[in-house]
Design a protein around this ligand. Structure first.
Ligand code: SF4
Length: 429
């Protein structure tokens, strides 16, 4: 049996997602662990290209070729679902937990909408411009009703859309896909997300909605199946600040009202501070620090977390200048990645020990606080700091030059045997 995880609804262990492109293998997600408790908001934060959206898409099975989940477990806790598939999938079910990677893609698809739903960052491109907003939401409702009534479905929620309705719909298909009941529910959902005059607005097309209204409509569509887990991928990025605040308030209210769990993907630390109970900071395909909001904001260990926080304006502080993180996010191409700490060439505290890839260790703070950084185990020692320019192309040692995967162990060993001359006396702070 799995260990007692009474409050957890979702647990991701060692998730790896690769993209097999013409340029080579891209390690977009590289061994991510996440645990989310029912009713909580878990934030994944990081720069563009850090792998946060791919992580979210992997969890809800939206990775398409040339992408592929190559390793790890995605465990979802739902007693009803587990009981429904146990006989056909004995190896994937453990009590109320189901390893979603151990079931067929059709079973995973059956969870979309009713158990997992997603809000995308650009509502304009997510709605069909030729169909009214109300009809598109009603279609989402209808899909859930029909799936629930299907005897082969793992869902058994709908009491209004019966097996008889399904049979009649199959034998005598009407011109319109949606039923009056689904349209009525769509109007209720528009009202729930704060759209004024929902009956009239349901008949309008996406171009007649403002950006904020359309984002609300997308949230309504995502709620059509009353999901357990709502994944919100940069839900406010395309909106101005006032509307952002309204949408975040709305998500907060809906979570309280419906008891949903939210996985929030964002690059915005202000959004994280406002919404999240727990946070995972992502860098180069890895969660480099995770913990409660307090752990990450007030007691962080990883210099990247410190750098992210330092690059946010402090409106109450003195007139300190913002501290940008120098350098760029590294390439995630497998043959260009190093086995050292991926943040080392941008880190003001890089030491010799950082030339080996750090494992994750517990950090001070709550039980949930952990970081992938040598500073969890040792104090920064200026005498062992890497010199300025260590990672510059001219000074880059053989082990750090772009090498193929098979050559990496050799070059790393060689690097350790022949460290660069100036490994002490750096001016790192
Ligand atoms: S392991 Fe070293 S280089 Fe990496 S973040 Fe920690 S201190 Fe910086």
């Amino acid at each position: 049996m799995l260990a007692d995880m009474t409050e957890e609804i979702l647990r991701v262990e060692g998730l790896k997602t690769r993209f097999f492109t013409d340029e080579g293998q891209v390690n977009a997600v590289d061994g991510v662990d996440i645990a989310i408790e029912r009713g909580d908001t878990y934030g994944i934060v990081g720069e563009s290209g850090s792998g946060k959206s791919v992580t979210a898409r992997s969890i809800i099975d939206l990775i398409e070729s040339p992408g592929e989940i190559t390793d790890g477990r995605i465990l979802y806790r739902n007693q009803e679902f587990a009981d429904g598939i146990r006989d056909d999938n004995p190896d994937a079910v453990d009590g109320a937990w189901v390893d979603l990677r151990g079931v067929s893609s059709s079973v995973r698809r059956s969870l979309r909408g009713s158990n997992f739903s997603m809000i995308f960052q650009d509502p304009q491109s997510s709605f069909n411009p030729t169909i009214t907003v109300g009809e598109q939401i009603a279609e989402a409702v209808e899909v859930q009703r029909r799936a629930s009534a299907n005897p082969r479905s793992t869902r058994a929620r709908s009491k209004e859309y019966t097996l008889t309705s399904l049979a009649l719909g199959t034998i005598l298909p009407s011109k319109r896909y949606v039923t009056p009941a689904s349209r009525e529910r769509a109007i209720e959902l528009l009202e729930l997300v704060g759209i004024p005059d929902p009956v009239e607005r349901a008949d309008e097309y996406p171009h007649e909605y403002s950006g904020g209204m359309l984002q609300r409509a997308m949230i309504a569509q995502a709620l059509a199946g009353e999901p357990d887990v709502l994944v919100a991928d940069e839900p406010t990025t395309a909106l101005d600040v006032t509307i952002q605040a309204q949408i975040l308030d709305l998500l907060d209210d809906l979570q309280e009202e419906l008891g949903m769990t939210i996985l929030l993907i964002t690059h915005n630390l202000g959004v994280v501070a406002r919404m999240c109970d727990r946070v995972g900071v992502m860098y180069a395909g890895e969660i480099v620090e995770r913990g409660t909001l307090e752990d990450v904001f007030d007691d962080h260990v990883h210099p990247y977390t410190r750098g992210l926080l330092g690059s946010v304006p402090d409106l109450e502080g003195a007139s300190d200048r913002l501290q940008p993180i120098p350098g760029n996010v590294p390439s995630l191409l497998d043959h260009e990645m190093n086995r050292r700490c991926h943040f080392a060439d941008r880190c003001p505290k890089a030491m010799e020990a950082c030339l080996e890839h750090p494992s994750e260790h517990s950090a001070r703070g709550s039980d949930h606080h952990a970081a992938r950084c040598v500073l969890t185990r040792t104090e920064y020692d200026e005498a062992r700091a890497l010199a300025d320019g260590y990672f510059d192309e001219a000074d880059r040692p053989a082990g750090d030059k772009h090498v193929g995967p098979d050559e990496r162990d050799e070059t790393l060993d060689e690097d350790r045997q022949h460290p660069p001359a100036e490994t002490t006396g750096g001016e790192h702070q």
